[in-house]
Design a protein around this ligand. Structure first.
Ligand code: MTE
Length: 311
């Protein structure tokens, strides 16, 4: 695929990534915009499941945090969602035209039961639970979020993959009329696409998220359904999924196609392997500005390290 220019989105982070001063400036900026202290009413969940009183779901106590939950105002106003804009503080202001319902997910490829899943029906079929997970962006910022959803495995079981299925490919919507980034950021290979191995997809941590902070997930965080893979850098956690395909070959991924030297298929959190342009040894917690050491596999090694051990 030809590009008009090298994507510049992730050139910003080196400055932002580790600098507390930058964080404090941003805080002043938010305050100046009058959004530092907005009440919960300003966070607009999409209405789909909220109407069904699916939230809050019962918390699964198995998934514990080693740090406080991130202030919701930050988790919902500091986003990466390039379909809308490259500016993290601006995503939530540009999502009004995006219509996350009704919503279907086209499941195809190497499965016995390919089907178009109606999300409303899926949500009646599969029970939701809340989990507290750490989230580590490749840009060296992090947060800790109460996500609501269900294990990806529960959806995979519905479609019965064949034994030849070795990978899962996931795709985001392509709606330039609803998402300004898809109209203006033409050097990106829309729509956004990601992939996991089958073993990763079936791991108990791999979560399909439909809610956060006890209500339906807001548009800027990936309404109406997104992936969360907490031991990988955040770009693997694809938002607003419209298609899932089971394949025998490793699928291509959006960021690897956009900047092959910087973003790889596995993308496991690893403090010892620097990004070509910045260290991954530490991370900036987005609401407090605190710098923390980054943990191998983002602290989830006991769940996933065995997936990557060479035999
Ligand atoms: N999914 C889509 N479709 N588009 C994106 O730009 N950004 C990724 C990921 N999923 C992205 C996406 C990146 S880089 C990160 S860090 C997380 O979403 C951010 O999720 P959050 O906004 O809920 O924190």
């Amino acid at each position: 695929m030809a590009y008009l220019k090298i994507p510049k989105g992730w050139e910003i982070p080196e400055r932002e990534a580790t600098s507390e001063a930058a964080f404090l400036n941003r805080r002043k900026f938010l305050a100046a915009m009058g959004i530092g202290a907005i009440g919960a009413t300003a966070i607009l969940p999409h209405p789909l499941a909220a109407a069904d009183a699916l939230y809050p779901a019962k918390r699964n106590p198995a998934y514990k945090l080693d740090r406080p939950i991130t202030d919701e105002q930050f988790a919902t106003r500091y986003n990466n969602f390039y379909e809308f804009t490259e500016q993290k503080e601006g995503v939530w202001k540009l999502v009004d035209d995006f219509k996350p319902e009704p919503w279907t997910i086209d499941v195809s490829g190497l499965v016995r039961k390919p089907q178009k899943l109606d999300l409303d029906k899926v949500l009646r079929q599969i029970p939701l639970e809340e989990r507290l997970y750490r989230h580590r962006c490749v840009e060296a910022w992090s947060m800790a979020v109460p996500w609501t959803g269900f294990p990806f495995k529960a959806l995979i079981d519905l479609v019965e993959p064949k034994s030849e299925a070795k990978y899962v490919r996931l795709v985001t919507f392509f709606r330039p009329s609803q998402a300004p980034g898809q109209r203006t950021l033409l050097h990106y290979p829309w729509p956004y696409y990601e992939g996991l191995t089958m073993a990763e997809a079936m791991n108990e941590l791999t979560f399909l998220v439909t809610g956060m902070y006890g209500h339906a997930v807001p548009k800027q965080n990936g309404a109406p359904i997104r992936l969360v893979v907490p031991w990988k850098y955040g770009f693997k956690s694809i938002k607003s999924i419209v298609a899932i395909e089971f394949t025998s070959e490793q699928p291509r991924t959006f960021w690897n196609d956009a900047v092959p030297s910087e973003y790889h298929f596995l993308a496991n959190v690893n403090p010892k392997v620097p990004h070509p342009r910045w260290s991954q040894a530490t991370e900036r917690v987005i609401d407090t500005g605190k710098i923390r050491p980054t943990l191998m596999y983002n602290g989830y090694g006991s769940y996933v390290a065995s997936l990557y051990e060479k035999t």
